[in-house]
Design a protein around this ligand. Sequence first.
Ligand code: CTP
Length: 399
Amino acid sequence: LLGEYGDDVNMPVYVVGGFVRDLLLGIENLDVDIVVEGDGLKFAEYAAKQIGAKMVPYEKFLTASLFFKDGFRIDIATARTEYYEKPAKLPMVDISTIKKDLYRRDFTINAMAIKLNPLAFGILFDFFQSRKDLKEGIIRVLHRLSFVEDPTRIIRAVRFEQRFGFHIEETTQEILTETLEGGYLEKVTGSRIRQEIEKILEEQSSLKAIRRLAELNILKHIFPKTYYTGVMDKKLVNMYNFFQKLGDIYKNYNKFYCVLRVLLEFYDENSLKEVARRYGIPKKFVEETKFSEKIVIPVKEMIHDKMLFSDIYKVLGKPSPETACYISAYLECDDQEYFYEYLKKVYETKLEKVSGEYVMKKYGIKAGPIIGKIMNELFCKKLDDMKIDEIFELERIIK
Ligand code: CTP
């Protein structure tokens, strides 16, 4: 349909980028990126009217999104037309327009287009041996300045490499290293880097990608005081193992913050604050990191010795998901099992008969820290033995 609408407004229309790549790989991809040779906004407006979709324009970038009722979305961009090269010369013809648009992209595998207009429907535009690279499993930039133009591509290269089990081509890797050493990644805003790391963490192969970031020395340019050692790697392996269980206990957890707990371990406070500022990490993260670094060894030992939950609770309390993950990084499988039981117990246990108010009324105690202390003690008793009689136990504590 989009191709027909293209004909209606006299514009060549292509589907481009990741969609084409995945189509050729036989992978489902619902991210449809359309490029139009002509006025993308005008096309989007026309197409939206015909299909009955909602159109949101981003005029500054000459792009628009179409939103369908079922949540589906299509992004439409205008091929970046090169204007007149010399005043007297004709402008670039259509085909070079899409070619130039594709040439500006990150890697050959992402730089193919398929035409959608009816007469040429389904024709693949492959100007840069993209298909060959896709077949051979190669990540290759289209030109030497690709990483300088957009240094986040350094991280993207690793993401695609690890996602598809490809490898970064030799010259591309050299250019990547040169760009890194030129300090270009440091020039990018923290939030863009963070977005790329978060995208890596959504990948199935994210642990491998972290290793690769370390191997290519990229990690150093993101977190300058991180030394990726075998010990750190082992901690991440443990943590990744624990991720599978985490969803049972916590509805939401932030994988980025969890992984950072290990990557930023033992940073001095100022360096940690600096990284936190750069990547928009909340103050609470810094405080919790410092706290959990202090308690992790004793807690690990308590878990290993299978001490009472109440004893562990007195040191660890109800940890945030990130702190729980951090502790898990120090635990072998068996100990993770016990830790998981602990977390479940701590989050499921509730005092049913006794509340702070009850204690105040019954014993005539004024509100204050003492009430918290009493409640805490009672809670600890219940952690160790769910069958306790709360009223009876409270009586004992008060005495
Ligand atoms: N692109 C680029 N440079 C970037 C980001 C994106 O050239 N820094 C281009 C690529 O052609 C890419 C397309 O824009 O295919 C769409 O970008 P994005 O949606 O981020 O990537 P996908 O390739 O669709 O990857 P994914 O499968 O992870 O969505």
